[in-house]
Design a protein around this ligand. Sequence first.
Ligand SMILES: *Cc1c(COP(=O)(O)O)cnc(C)c1O
Length: 384
Amino acid sequence: MIFGRRLRKKKLFQPPKRKILLNPGPLTTTDSVKRALIVSDICPREEEFGRLILSISQDLKRVVHAGDDYESVLFSGSGTAAVESVLSSVVADNEAILVLDNGAYGQRMLEICSIHYRPDQVFHLKASHTKVINPSIVETLLKAHPNISYVAVVHHETTTGLVNPIDDILKLTKKYKAAIVVDAMSSFGGIPINVTNNPYDFLISSSNKCLQGMPGLSFVVFKGEYAQKARMLKPKSLYLDLWKQYDFFNKYHQMQFTPPTQVCFALKQALKEYFEEGEAARYSRYEQSWKVLVRGIQDLGLKLFLPMQLQSKLLTAIKIPEAAQYSFDGMHDYLQDRDITIYPGKTSEADTFRVANIGAIDHNDITIFLDHLKNYLKFEDSQL
Ligand SMILES: *Cc1c(COP(=O)(O)O)cnc(C)c1O
């Protein structure tokens, strides 16, 4: 299906200079995704645009192998918009939610729940940033508090690069008749997720992480049965009401409020490229980059924040070298001058910086980064 009348794109579009973004999104995109932004102006209430976002919502389900028992809804806004939409749209007055927190994004979900619900409706399991969420503690809490109807967890904690055992937590939520809400922001389209085998109730992500699209859209893939169960709740938000957005989309194939039209075309192209590359090949491209990264980092004598077995292989938190002359800012600026962007640390438990190896980059880009980093460290040493 061809969407939109493209301008004479090949002639008009000069791909801008390529940069290697090693921050965890928005990421380096392909030239073809950039080019997809250049379309004829279009009104989002036109049928043609409705067909585009309908096909995007079907593609998003296909990424996680979802069938007809799943639905998907798009929102304008960064990933947090979709997280807040789910978290504020599901918990009834006589129910509670358990938030699992071993990083800044778990903490953010807690903050969202604290805004929308009474203190007695929000349970908080706080864990160390260097450990996965322990399922047996989750079980103890679910057993002790039968009013917990939802459990919210981050799949890939972008704070540190840790992967939580969401399949184990899913089993517990089934056992105790609760629903699982997964912030899969930085894993969706990166780490294979299959809801046929592991029927997560809510999966949340955005256009600009492992799907390799442009920022501006977030989305929820969820089990359709919740649309019946939770829709009776009194809305806590106009813009982010999950059920209103879902009903409106179903009825009109439109979003309630203005979508970032061009960003939708770019996401469609990014999804096309996702399916062309394939789930397994994308993960193994990321994995190959990560292996080169970790080997190089260790050769330079730098230390990883997490033990190997917890690593997502998509993002790595690296300890800042202890010698006083190294600063994140110095390293960042040196690399930025060479068209490479690294990212500050986010965990409060150590001084780290982060390198994500997701996006339209591969192990050759990581090698270029490592060469520059090596030169920077040498340069700093020579200043001693
Ligand atoms: C990126 C990200 C988010 C969303 O952050 P935004 O700034 O709204 O894009 C949420 N959770 C995780 C785990 C993330 O990596």
